[in-house]
Write a protein that binds this ligand. Sequence first.
Ligand code: PRT
Ligand code: ZN
Length: 295
Amino acid sequence: MSEQRLRIAIQKSGRLSDGSFDLLKSCGLSVSRGRDKLYGRVQEMPIDILLLRDDDIPEFVADDACDIGIIGQNVFEEEILNESHEAPAEEVMKLGFAHCRLMLAAPKEWCFDGSLMLEGKRIATSYPALTRAWLARQGVNAKVVMMKGSVEVAPRLKIADAVCDIVSTGATLDANGLKPVATVFESEAVLIRNRQEFSPEKQAMFEALLKRIKGVMTSKDAKYVMMNAPRSAVPAITEFLPGADSPTILELAGNPEKVAIHAVCRESVFWDTLEELKKLGASAILVLPIEKMMA
Ligand code: PRT
Ligand code: ZN
């Protein structure tokens, strides 16, 4: 691999990999995977992709084997609390996918009335550092039992009294007779980078990529909204449009009292939004998706 190529670590397969590949694709980058499938090349920019187990990504980035990486915040924070790298990686930005929560969960029959109920109990988890930090903040003394996987079966096997595990829909907890009782950490995928200074070429590439990622993130929920309205309704409509900058107002041919309003709405536009716009006097409302956006 050339020194000047930007090296990105992403999860080989798992809950982060589709989102990571989709993000690169939305940035206009197509990855051709090597035959061993551990290494891929981006065709459009001098970028190399390393495909790893998610747990290895923070260390690869911190140790300069990769320049940047995409990882669950839960894994990254656990690594930060656990390890003392000389130059640990740093979080650059949240990426808006792989949302989940690290949650304390207890058997359904418990009448949970606060964290003090955990005093002296055994809690099974794959995230001992995050769990201990939360217990310390709560002022609770509990024993943390480290488990690499299948944490949710620990209470049934009498290995622990409660668990602290990643929850998305809650179905896994439910199927194992457990209920979530407290949120320990809210997580989503994040972009991390090595703390060392990049070469000017690499820095330029990193900044170009960041710009594209930010463009993808802002255009995700953004819509281009067009409508006609009486000129007198413009102030009320402008104020109402969700997350819009100043809209473009165009006079309609042959009708000086009516205008066309065009705006980029950065927040979600729902059916309720359209109904409200109609009440304010808008007609012929069109909502269009935005494919790309750059500030
Ligand atoms: O093989 P590799 O080591 O790379 O992957 P992995 O198996 O360690 O991780 P993976 O792919 O399962 O998860 C990667 C990351 O996705 C996690 O670190 C989280 O940041 C994020 N994520 C999002 C999740 C979930 N949602 C999730 N639901 N990680 C795990 N789960 C598991 C959870 O552990 C539990 O077993 O799903 C189950 C709960 O799901 P629900 O929907 O039943 O609540
Ligand atoms: Zn893993």
